[in-house]
Each structure stands twice: as structure tokens, then as C-alpha cells.
Ligand binder design. Structure first.
Ligand code: 13P
Ligand code: SF4
Length: 312
């Protein structure tokens, strides 16, 4: 990138010229969220990807999100700023092991969290996100046993919420599993009027002390409409940018992580691989592009469409 180049102006010029749409997740840095055409949670982003009329989808998120956009809208070109932006949850479900698990329980309905690869989606009956997971579980007839994958924490939370006994895959998000409950309770003692709000990818002991549990969009709506002034936020810290925009008079404290945590203070190292510079480069060169095998795309589309239908 030439020094002195106005990256923001260039992104704005190129997106018009190429009829591109920039979609960003709430875990992206503030500058990326601000330049995006749409910022949202995984459900909102999938809905946008499915309905966009743009020719080029620039997805500022992680790999499985770009892949989902491509599955939903295969005739569009989908690019992401950094192909290495993976996800610990998606990586926890290796396709051969997942196939064997599925085949060992052929009578089970397979509900899979959207944080997984296209191959895993192609082996699933219905996809869910944190925003609609409860609704999706409740949509399965009571006499049908369920496999829930890959997030065991969200799975456990859903078992409690719905009373359904589900077989869980042993996956987890490194960011949400790194929150330190002892430090969080200590912090709450110092801020006794603060409400603890948490994403359901967090561990059970943390969810037990949370005043509100929900998807990233759910958490933002909660702080906007709630009467408290202060919140301890147990999810990726990128979300604070949007919370401060929606409720500038309130204060938000990121939940503390264990000291030996590899990702600094509740930041997702995968999401943070994306930068404004890389966003500009991927828009300009239309690369790196997301490709999904055609047979897998067709199979993976069905369970995502079922989810979108139920979430209308
Ligand atoms: P949502 O934004 O759908 O709540 O998902 C959170 C997440 O972990 C995405 O990687
Ligand atoms: Fe995956 Fe967790 Fe990062 Fe979300 S925050 S992309 S679930 S590792």
C-alpha cells in the first residue's frame, strides 16, 4: 500500500465502482465496523449475504462466515481480508470424525451451530446461530433425539433452556472459555451495580452469574434498552465499539480472562487478523476468494435455508 494513500476514501470509491457490499461482524475492530455497509451477528450477516444484490461480497469476519455467504449466494464472488482467519469452534469438528459420530447415531437430528466448515454443514440437518438456537431446538419434534455440535457450552445452555436431552460434540470457543470466573466475581465486587452480560459460548459457571445471556445482537439490544449504567461484558471485546455507539452514556467493562490466555484480554486472535489495510487489498484485488465445492455447497445450503425459514 503506497504511503499517504487514503484507505477509507479508496474503499469507498472501489465499493461503488465494483458494486460491492462490505459485511462485518461485531468482533471486528471499530474502524472496520464503521466502514461496513452492515454490521451484525451471525444470523443477521447470513440474512444479508442471502439477499444482497451486490456483485462482490467482502466479508470482514472469519472463514466460516465467508463460506456461509458463498453457500447462500454461490453466483457472487466472496472475498475475506485474511484466509487464515479461522475459528477454534469450526476447527474442533473434523469432517471424518464428525461423519463417524453422525453415523453412530443415525436416528438423531443433527443441529449444528453456524461456526463450522461447509463440509460439516453439508452433514447437518439444520443450522443455528446463538440468536435462534432455542427456537431451532424447539422446532424438532419431541420424539426425535438430537445431536448438537460443535459448541458444548452453547449445547449445555440449550439443554437447560429447552429441557431437551441432546448429545453434545466437545467443541469450544477459545475466547469464551478463557474468561476467569474468580476475576470476574472480584471485578463485580468493585462494580456491584454493574450487570454481567454473557454470550452463551461461555462456560456454565459464568452463565450462572450472568444477568443476561444472548447473541451479540441480543447483548447490544439489551444494553440499549436496560436501565443500568454499567455492564461487565463476557464476549469478544470488539462488541464494545457498537455498545458505546448505541449507549454512549453507559460504561462497559470487558470480562477478564485467565493470565495465561493466549489471546490478549478477550480478543479473538482470528477476528483480529483482519485490518483496514487487508480489507482495502481484498476489495481492490478481489482476493483471497472463498471457494466451496459445488456438491458440498448444494448439500450445505439446505440446513441453512431451514434455519432462515424458521428465523423469519
Ligand atoms: P453471534 O454474533 O452470532 O452471537 O456469534 C458470536 C461468535 O462467536 C461469532 O464467531
Ligand atoms: Fe470462533 Fe470464538 Fe473467534 Fe468466534 S470468537 S470466531 S467462536 S474463536
Amino acid at each position: 500500500i503506497p504511503s499517504g494513500l487514503d484507505v477509507v476514501a479508496e474503499i469507498n470509491r472501489l465499493r461503488k465502482e465494483k458494486n460491492a457490499v462490505i459485511l462485518a461482524h461485531y468482533y471486528q475492530t471499530g474502524d472496520i465496523q464503521d466502514i461496513a455497509d452492515y454490521v451484525g451477528d451471525s444470523l443477521g450477516l447470513s440474512q444479508q449475504a442471502a439477499s444482497t444484490t451486490a456483485d462482490l461480497i467482502v466479508f470482514a469476519g472469519v472463514h466460516f462466515m465467508g463460506e456461509t455467504a458463498k453457500i447462500l449466494n454461490p453466483s457472487k464472488k466472496v472475498v475475506i481480508p485474511d484466509l487464515k482467519a479461522g475459528c477454534s469452534l469450526a476447527e474442533s469438528a473434523e469432517p471424518n470424525a464428525f461423519r463417524a459420530f453422525r453415523e453412530a447415531h443415525p436416528d438423531h437430528v443433527v443441529i449444528t451451530y453456524i461456526n463450522c466448515s461447509a463440509e460439516i454443514k453439508a452433514m447437518s440437518d439444520i443450522i443455528c446461530t446463538s440468536a435462534n438456537a432455542e427456537k431451532i431446538v424447539n422446532s424438532v419434534p419431541l420424539d426425535k433425539p438430537i445431536i448438537f455440535a460443535p459448541d458444548k457450552n452453547l449445547g449445555r445452555y440449550l439443554i437447560k433452556k429447552t429441557g431437551r436431552d441432546m448429545l453434545l460434540w466437545e467443541g469450544a470457543c477459545i475466547v469464551h472459555e478463557a474468561f476467569a470466573i474468580d476475576k470476574l466475581l472480584e471485578l463485580h465486587k468493585q462494580h456491584p451495580t454493574a450487570k454481567i452480560i454473557a454470550h452463551p459460548e461461555s462456560e456454565d459457571h459464568l452463565l450462572k452469574v450472568a444477568h443476561y445471556i444472548g447473541s451479540t445482537t441480543g447483548m447490544i439490544n439489551f444494553v440499549k434498552n436496560d436501565s443500568s449504567q454499567e455492564y461487565i461484558v463476557a464476549t469478544e471485546a470488539g462488541i464494545l465499539h457498537q455498545m458505546l455507539k448505541e449507549a454512549p452514556q453507559k460504561s462497559f467493562i470487558p470480562a477478564p480472562s485467565h493470565e495465561d490466555n493466549t489471546c490478549a484480554c478477550s480478543e479473538c486472535a482470528f477476528m483480529r487478523l483482519n485490518t483496514m489495510q487487508k480489507l482495502y487489498l481484498c476489495l481492490r484485488y478481489e482476493s483471497p476468494e472463498i471457494h466451496v465445492d459445488e456438491a458440498i455447497q448444494r448439500k450445505a445450503l439446505l440446513p441453512i435455508q431451514r434455519m432462515l425459514e424458521i428465523s423469519k
